[in-house]
Ligand binder design. Structure first.
Ligand code: RIB
Length: 311
């Protein structure tokens, strides 16, 4: 079975739908209010599981009702949560999300327990999680380890080092963007930011240029997601492949990037080619935006395959 380990964040999403996103200092009035399970890491874990991978999740929640509900939601999708810490005295992460009529969003995250995930925590969890291949390993475990920037830097670095030690494919979602530490880049991860994050990380507004810069930094391929325009896959130098997305009616783009990441990881874990996995991820992310909520639209595998066949 394709094996994916996600070391990432868990949030509860509090979502208000409005006609248009507020500007600085502005109040906008919405009608509907909804609470969804979220957090980039947990969303990615669920996407990978729904698309057929065996998934272990490493992260943290608070010792509160929101944390218990978040864990139950992961377990209900078959995700191994043995590597999740329950942190006393700290609330579970919360994301305040505003979604406009076109499906675009703005998100502010209160990290809560996610900020308590550190290197020791990650090493311990990866060591004890059965699905994470935590038997001390011979360095050839295989599988994919996916991590992202909603966790503190030392936790991300510890996860990345563990992936390389275990011979796992290392995929990093640098979201939200912050400077890439040299030690992380030196591990040669597959970096997968969206176009805005890619611009912040590289100082290049053009996504193709930013993608090439990222691939040049790591010496590995890089992918930049482009929303409705699909994604770019770069392999260094001027080797850039454009992966267009099918046209869909977007209702809510929240979690589209997470669906992309989970789908990419699940496909890479089946030893699919990188371009094949990226095309699969574009189709999965496109389907995901047709339903409201970060996770509600994550499609099952047969829907993604049907979309790829009809493309
Ligand atoms: O990518 C979408 C996610 O970002 C939401 O679920 C929210 O929790 C934030 O982490």
């Amino acid at each position: 079975v394709a094996r994916v380990v996600v070391v990432g964040s868990v949030n509860v999403d509090l979502v208000v739908r409005v006609e248009r996103l507020p500007g600085a200092g502005e109040t906008v009035i919405g009608r509907d209010y909804a609470r969804h399970h979220g957090g980039k890491g947990a969303n990615q874990a669920i996407a990978a599981a729904r698309l057929g991978a065996s998934v272990a999740f490493v992260g943290a929640v608070g010792d509160d009702d929101l944390g218990r509900a978040a864990l139950a939601a992961l377990e209900a999708e078959g995700v191994d949560v043995g590597g999740v810490s329950v942190v006393a005295g700290v609330p579970t992460g919360v994301a305040l999300i505003v979604v406009d009529a076109s499906g675009e969003n703005q998100i502010a995250v209160a990290s809560g327990a996610n900020a308590a995930v550190d290197a020791a925590n990650v090493k311990r969890s990866l060591g004890s999680s059965a699905s994470a291949g935590g038997d001390g390993g011979d360095g050839g475990d295989g599988g994919v380890l996916l991590t992202g920037f909603e966790l503190p830097g030392d936790a991300v670095l510890a996860a990345a080092r563990a992936a390389v030690e275990r011979g796992m494919t290392l995929v990093i979602n640098p979201a939200p963007a912050r400077p890439l530490p040299g030690e992380l880049v030196a591990l040669g991860p597959l970096l997968v930011p969206n176009e805005h994050e890619a611009a912040t990380l590289t100082g290049r507004a053009d996504p193709a240029e930013a993608c090439a810069v990222l691939a040049g930094l790591t010496g590995a391929p890089a992918i930049v997601t482009l929303g409705a325009a699909g994604a770019l896959l770069c392999r260094g130098g001027d080797q850039i492949e454009r992966l267009p997305a099918p046209a869909v009616d977007a209702v809510d783009t929240t979690g589209a990037g997470d669906t992309f990441m989970g789908a990419l990881a699940a496909e890479l874990a089946t030893r699919s080619s990188l371009a094949g996995a990226a095309r699969f991820a574009v189709a999965a992310a496109s389907l995901s935006v047709t339903v409201a909520g970060a996770r509600e639209g994550i499609p099952p595998r047969d829907q993604v395959e049907a979309m790829l066949r009809s493309a």
